[in-house]
Design a binder for this molecule. Structure first.
Ligand code: 7PM
Length: 288
């Protein structure tokens, strides 16, 4: 991999031109005994499609950290994600992010070619800070209140923006103290992870507060239930327009990375924003 991902993230944050992270799930098909065999192929072709559509990063997850997901052993998770990361890292020049909270999985994935760690647990698992530091790749530290299985039961905050901001500042400090390079740290408010609709909207409205800390911010709202609550769309595949509106808001508020399912339409939205920004710059030159 020749891409300097840290430099690209930094440039995206500075210029308000977010990178697009495409979501690739490697989950076994519970309805099929043969799931284990065809499923990696499905994930690989999906990843290829997202790369063609212009994804800047592919986020590959074995589902252990999803809300409500059954726990998966490190061995099983490694088997799942490596079956996808190994061929993709050889074939594509798009950097691969490993979506995991387990240090063993981080190490195996980076050895197989992953160039970033996405941890919804913000490296709080035992050994995760040390592992991430030794792997020397960019890391996304996400906020979550509670544990995936129960976090949506009754999330409570006195001030959600302040509490999420403080948590992320502390985790960034912990990462620095563990020897993780400053330019490798990305923060994420964790939309939907132990948050009500009101909390999620406060974080979206106040996203500037996070981007103004100077840490690059990753935002993941694509198809989430907050969009279902706002629009009344029950089905996740009816949430494209809502996801694009949310992506546009996050981009305008300085997000460095947008984590999305629908790469091609998100890239189009960002092209319109970029063309508008270029036009505004030209007009300001003429006016001077
Ligand atoms: C069910 C509910 C399945 C929620 C999957 C999800 C984020 C993430 C996820 C995020 C970062 C989804 C989530 N969300 N990683 N992983 N930030 N960094 O909608 O917001 O993809 S899982």
């Amino acid at each position: 991999m020749t891409v300097d991902l840290a430099a690209r993230i930094d440039s995206a944050a500075k210029h308000h031109r977010p990178l697009v992270m495409g979501i690739v799930n490697v989950t076994p098909d519970s309805f099929s005994d043969g799931g284990r065999y065809w499923q990696p192929d499905a994930a690989i072709s999906h990843a290829r499609k997202l790369a063609e559509q212009g994804a800047d990063i592919l986020d590959i997850g074995g589902e252990s950290t999803r809300p409500g997901a059954a726990p998966v052993s490190a061995g099983e998770e490694i088997e799942r994600v490596l079956s996808v990361i190994e061929p993709l890292a050889r074939e594509l020049d798009v950097p691969i992010s490993i979506d995991t909270s387990k240090p063993e999985v981080m190490c195996a994935a980076v050895a197989a070619g992953a160039g970033m760690i996405n941890d919804v647990n913000a490296l709080r698992a035992e050994g995760a800070l040390v592992a991430a530091s030794s792997l020397d790749v960019p890391v996304c530290l996400m906020h979550m209140q509670g544990q995936p299985r129960t976090m949506q039961k009754s999330p409570v905050y006195a001030n959600v923006l302040a509490e999420v901001g403080d948590f992320l500042a502390h985790r960034a400090e912990a990462a620095l103290a563990a020897g993780i390079r400053r330019e490798h740290i990305v923060i994420d408010p964790g939309f939907g992870f132990g948050k009500t609709l009101t909390h999620n909207l406060a974080l979206l409205t106040g996203l500037n507060n996070l981007t103004e800390t100077g840490w690059p911010v990753l935002a993941g709202i694509s198809r989430k239930s907050m969009l279902g609550a706002i629009t009344g769309r029950e089905s996740t595949d009816e949430r494209l327009a809502a996801s694009l509106a949310a992506a546009m808001l996050c981009a305008q508020r300085g997000a460095a990375i947008l984590r999305v399912h629908d790469v091609a339409p998100t890239v189009d939205v960002l092209k319109v924003l970029a063309a508008d920004a270029d036009s505004a710059l030209e007009r300001s030159k003429i006016a001077r």
